[in-house]
Design a binder for this molecule. Sequence first.
Ligand code: SF4
Length: 81
Amino acid sequence: MTKICKRCLLKDLSYEQYEAIILNGLEALPKEDLTDGSESQRRLEVCKECERLNQGTCLACGCFVEIRAALKKGRCPYNKW
Ligand code: SF4
């Protein structure tokens, strides 16, 4: 049975997709554009409590939150972080 969890991050749903989309996406970005891990994690904890998180994407903007949260210039469209 397929696991469906709207409030999960992609890494919680499918490691293969997480690796293909998130890890490879982050690897392609300049390191100077990325936050440190603790700031990214703080942001993602907020996303995990948000009603707009849907299987790793933000329903407000359509982004993969794990990429947006890792970017220094990343912003929540609802100013939650
Ligand atoms: S980026 Fe903002 S609106 Fe989108 S899921 Fe995260 S907290 Fe919610």
